[in-house]
Each structure stands twice: as structure tokens, then as C-alpha cells.
Ligand binder design. Structure first.
Ligand code: ZN
Length: 436
């Protein structure tokens, strides 16, 4: 069936806003890419998870009525989700599980809240590292899941991952080595209100993955006027030095790498694609995807997302981030979670280790800030860009090779440093140079 998109948008007469108020969630079957693109460009509805089967469509009240009038076939996703929710733990049960894990493994785990949701629920973050109460000189890594409340698989996988790390720390060499030399932060749910309501948006009806500063639209990374869940993540990110991260979704199975918001290639395009392939190839279902070659895709090539976390994270914080879609069903049967964990477990561990493909420096004094200019020396000589650093620390993941860092402090003092980035190696201090 052919849809007249201009008519759809006129009839809905939805105001064109930066943020779409989500009140109705549907899955439209079997539509064509050019229609999807026009819907995205209109800014009055949101389109997600485009596939040969169809696409998800989110909008304000009146969307379903319009689709009914036009005989456009869709499923109401809110009705679908409610039926499938029964066995999953509640927010309270997730909170208890996390508290118990932190109590059971106090040497390597510390649980804290980075803020509150619209409904006053805690946004839990688990820090996992040796000497967990110290801020050691180690690369910082994070996983954030389920900012779409109805995409639940990742939340459960994060709990499974934390459990396995707790159980195997001290006996499994790979895990022990990783935890001893990395500061890992895991946030199982960025949108617990949405998960409790069995919906994509937060309690205000806002899609949190369209509510970050946009790299083209926004001049700076200000949290003013954004949802409290976004504000909490933005504040937390600004206080740390994350170099690598991933965020988890559901609805399809693929690893998506930046950029999402522009067709331009990311400065680390080949590298971040390689990391994504690394994640996908350890996951049999992702690797064998019939939809996505090698189980990966560039974000914008799939569909454009404005105001997503992935682009914001690198553009403003040099925290290289990928978006992993974990399951075709957003709410798979709870009994299938162990299988999803089995399929993703090696990928999750592999990806965390990649934060050691990098180099950085830390000043002994506090509050050093300035700019570091990076030049790659080998395998080829090239300019690698200028990066601001603050609170005395800088660390960046990069392809293997030798690099020169020219560090210029705000006070005028200049230091040069040569570093080497190697693959498949967990450095005892994460390849940090200590500076006076
Ligand atoms: Zn999502």
C-alpha cells in the first residue's frame, strides 16, 4: 500500500518539535525506506528499528486513528508488551538484586544512584573495579541499558554480567585481570519509569534517546530543559573520563556504530566498525544476521537519529560509544534470558577489554586542564586531532600504533609524550603516563 506522507502529516497536524510527545506506539508493517526517511525528516513522529518487516512509529494521540482511517496496518505495541511482561522482576526487585550484589562483593562493587527519575525512582549505577572505593589511574568504561523502557533484554543481561563478574573474580584470570585494571560502570536501567509503565518513553512521554544534545542542532552540551534522566547521565559523564561505552536496546539484533545523526563518517570510522564487528562476531545470532552484513551497521546508514546518546557521548566527551540491539522481541519471554546472556556474554567481556586499546596521562597535581594535540607516528604519520582535557586526566581509545601527545596546559606549560597503543593487552595501569 502506498502512503501519501504529506497527507499523513497534514492530517495529523502535529507541531514540528525537537521532542516528540509519545502517547501512541505502533508497529507499521511492510513500508518502504523513502517513506521512513520522510517521516523522520518531518520531525513530528518518531521512526525506529526499520527493517524489511516494517518499522516502529511513535507519536502523540491521534496517530492510531489516522492509521485506521487510512487502512494502514499496524500492531499496537503497548498492548503487545503488557501481555509479555508477567515474569520479569519489578523495579523494586531489581533494586534489591543490585543491593545484594554490592553487599556480597564489597571489594569490587559499589552501588550508587546518579539521580532520580520523573517518578522519583533511583537511577542505579554499579561501579566494578578492584579498590572500588578509590578513583584509581585506570581506564573508565561504561554500559547503560534500557533507556527505552520497553526494551528490557539489556537490563537483565547487565544483572547477569554483574553476577558473573562477582562469582568469577579471583578465580577466572580474564575477568580478574580486567577488573583489577579497569574502572567499569554498569547502569542496568536508565528509564525504570518507562519499564514499570511498559513503555518506550519516560514518565513525561519523552524518548530519552532523542533528548541528548544533538551534534548538529545544538551548540553546546547543556542539560537545561532536558529530562531528569538525561540530566543525570550528562552530569555523571561530565564528572568522569569514560573512553569507551555501549548502550543497549531491543527490537532487532545488530551492533550500530556512530554517527547516528549525520551521513558523514566518524573520525574513528574504521576503528569503531572493527570494535562493533568484534562484538558481533562473538554472538552467533548477530554474526549470522540476514539483514546486516557481519551483524553491524553504521547508524545513519540504517536510519538517522537526532539527539541520541551515542553521538553526544563521543562528540562532547570523546567517549566512543556503540549501540547494541540485543533481541528481536523487545520483551522476550523471561525464560529466554539465559540464552540471550549465553549469546552475548563473550561479546560483553570482549568489548570491555577494548578500553585498554588506548593511552592517556594523569597529572599528579589536581585540576590541570588544557588541550592535547595527538599525532600518529606509526603505522602512518598523521594528525589525530586536538582534545580538551580537564581534572588532570585524559585517556583515549585509538587504533594500535605509536602516537605523540603534545600537552598544553592552560597555564602555558607544554609537555610532549610518546605512547604506544597495542591490541589484546590489558596494561597494568591501563597505559597511563604519570605527569608532574
Ligand atoms: Zn531503543
Amino acid at each position: 500500500m502506498k502512503i501519501n506522507v504529506a497527507l499523513v502529516l497534514l492530517t495529523l497536524s502535529l507541531p514540528c518539535m525537537a521532542t516528540v510527545k509519545i502517547e501512541e506506539e505502533v508497529f507499521v508493517t511492510g513500508q518502504r525506506p523513502e517513506i521512513v526517511k520522510e517521516l523522520i525528516d518531518s520531525g513530528s513522529v518518531e521512526v525506529d528499528h526499520v527493517s524489511s518487516e516494517g518499522f516502529e512509529l511513535y507519536g502523540s494521540k491521534g496517530l492510531k486513528t489516522y492509521l485506521d482511517q487510512k487502512n494502514i496496518f499496524y500492531f499496537d505495541m503497548k498492548l503487545m508488551n503488557k501481555k509479555m511482561m508477567a515474569d520479569y522482576p519489578s523495579y523494586t526487585q531489581i533494586t534489591t538484586s543490585l543491593q545484594e550484589l554490592a553487599q556480597r562483593y564489597p571489594k569490587i562493587m559499589r552501588l550508587f544512584s546518579i539521580g532520580k527519575t520523573v517518578k522519583g525512582r533511583s537511577l542505579w549505577m554499579m561501579k566494578i573495579s578492584d579498590n572500588v572505593n578509590l578513583d584509581e589511574i585506570e581506564p573508565e568504561f561504561k554500559y547503560i541499558s534500557s533507556m527505552h523502557g520497553d526494551e528490557i533484554t539489556g537490563r537483565e543481561l547487565m544483572i547477569n554480567l554483574i553476577q558473573e563478574i562477582g562469582q568469577k573474580y579471583g578465580s577466572d584470570t580474564e575477568i580478574t585481570n580486567l577488573i583489577n585494571n579497569t574502572e567499569i560502570y554498569v547502569m542496568p536501567s536508565m528509564n525504570p519509569d518507562g519499564s514499570e509503565l511498559r513503555q518506550r518513553a519516560n514518565a513525561n512521554g519523552t524518548d530519552l534517546n532523542r533528548n541528548f544534545p544533538d551534534i548538529l542542532r545544538d551548540r553546546d552540551s547543556t542539560s537545561i530543559g532536558r529530562e531528569v534522566e538525561n540530566q543525570a547521565v550528562m552530569k555523571f559523564q561530565a564528572e568522569r573520563h569514560f573512553a569507551l561505552s555501549a548502550n543497549f536496546h531491543g527490537g532487532v539484533i545488530v551492533a550500530n556504530y556512530p554517527w547516528d545523526s549525520t551521513y558523514d563518517r566518524h573520525p574513528l570510522d574504521a576503528f569503531v566498525k572493527e570494535l562493533s564487528i568484534g562484538y558481533a562476531e562473538l554472538n552467533p545470532e548477530m554474526r549470522n544476521s540476514s539483514e546486516f552484513p557481519l551483524g553491524v551497521t553504521n547508524g545513519a546508514d540504517w536510519y538517522v537519529v537526532k539527539g541520541g546518546m551515542q553521538d553526544w557521548s563521543y562528540f562532547w566527551h570523546q567517549d566512543l560509544q556503540i549501540t547494541v540491539e540485543l533481541s528481536y522481541a523487545k520483551w522476550p519471554s523471561y525464560h529466554d534470558i539465559p540464552d540471550f546472556y549465553a549469546n552475548n556474554r563473550d561479546s560483553l567481556i570482549f568489548y570491555m577489554k577494548q578500553v585498554h586499546r588506548g593511552a592517556g596521562f594523569k597529572f599528579a597535581k589536581t585540576n590541570a586542564e588544557g588541550v592535547v594535540s595527538i599525532t600518529q607516528i606509526s603505522p602512518e604519520k598523521k594528525d589525530f586531532g586536538n582534545y580538551a582535557f580537564s581534572s588532570s586526566e585524559f585517556y583515549k581509545v585509538m587504533p594500535e600504533g605509536k602516537y605523540r601527545f603534545s600537552i598544553k596546559e592552560k597555564n602555558g606549560s607544554v609537555k610532549d609524550l610518546e605512547v604506544e597503543v597495542r591490541k589484546d593487552e590489558i596494561g597494568s595501569n591501563g597505559n597511563f603516563a604519570l605527569l608532574n
